[in-house]
Design a protein around this ligand. Structure first.
Ligand code: PMP
Length: 299
């Protein structure tokens, strides 16, 4: 499923560093670290009238990723929230909105890899767009397993939510070439890690399984699903899971802020039902409770 341009986003205002710019003037320098080396961290947030889904978890992950990458001059949570608040207000957005929050290492004094060349602090970008859920969660998605492995802490820790997602982009290209919606990535041992842009769950004999977060992003929607299961006495466990277990599951779904919960109806040509009662139950519980996870912007 390819997203389309939404004309409502033509005149949006975008926050860069310390102020808002009209969309067509919203630019970063060619010396910015995101241009130079993909040297940035990011979050995707979803906005409902009740607030932003799991806002605190997203801010914590953004700041933790920046700390791991040793960014200097990391904004505080209050500063990030103020920038989000001003951006949403300037655009009149409080629903049907997705925010791409990016924190780059900032501008360099000359091109080069060395973070000591960054002498003007990090750069926060708040890009809020009108964007409904990106997948049709009724029809579900078809995926194909990719030859591209998801990285583990041995090379680049998948717990850092950084902008160097080229291995995931290569997996997505393989899916595009195959005419499927997403690439399924394995870890270096051959167990399922995640889709190129979302986490995966399998329902097997009444138990909800998801891969350990060794080689996938510990997604916030993933964590929300695990909490919802626990609150409803549905057994939910992390495990090493092979493709065979996914092919033969009673139901499979993907999780992420952009698409929330999406049934996976085919993996490598093997059909997977999307009407199993256990799957219907988990999807329904999520839909019914997602707004209770919204947090308003303070201040
Ligand atoms: N995996 C990857 C690779 C992602 O980029 C994302 C989106 N941030 C996810 C999973 C889903 O994470 P979340 O539920 O926090 O949006």
């Amino acid at each position: 499923m390819l997203q389309k341009f939404d004309p409502r986003n033509n005149d949006i205002k975008v926050w860069i560093k310390d102020r808002l710019y009209p969309r067509h003037e919203a630019k970063v320098s060619v010396f910015d670290s995101s241009v130079q080396g993909g040297d940035a961290v990011w979050e995707g947030l979803r906005v409902y009238p009740e607030g932003i889904v799991c806002l605190d978890d997203h801010l914590n992950r953004l700041l933790a990723s920046a700390k791991t990458l040793a960014f200097a001059d990391i904004p505080t949570k209050a500063q990030v929230m103020e920038a989000i608040d001003k951006t949403l207000k300037a655009n009149g957005m409080n629903d049907d909105t997705h925010i791409r929050l990016t924190l780059t290492r900032g501008e360099k004094i000359t091109s080069g890899m060395d973070p000591r060349l960054n002498q003007s602090g990090s750069c926060l970008i708040v890009l809020a767009e009108w964007k409904p859920l990106v997948y049709d969660n009724n029809s579900g998605i078809k995926v194909i397993s990719s030859s591209q492995r998801r990285n583990t802490p041995q090379f680049l820790d998948s717990k850092i939510h950084h902008n160097n997602l080229l291995n995931n982009i290569l997996a997505k290209i393989q899916a595009n070439v195959a005419g499927k919606d997403a690439g399924l990535m394995l870890d270096e041992r051959g167990f399922v890690a995640e889709l190129n842009g979302s986490n995966l769950f399998a329902l097997i004999n009444g138990v909800v399984y998801t891969p350990f977060a060794h080689a996938c992003l510990p997604g916030i929607t993933r964590k929300t699903v695990m909490n919802i299961c626990r609150n409803n006495e549905i057994k939910c466990v992390e495990a090493d899971l092979s493709l065979s277990e996914f092919y033969n599951a009673d139901g499979v779904f993907a999780t992420g802020t952009m698409g929330e919960l999406t049934p996976v109806v085919e993996i490598d040509g093997r059909p997977i039902a999307k009407d199993h009662p256990d799957l219907v139950q988990v999807l329904g519980l999520f839909k019914d409770s997602i707004r209770s996870f919204c947090q308003p912007l303070k201040g």
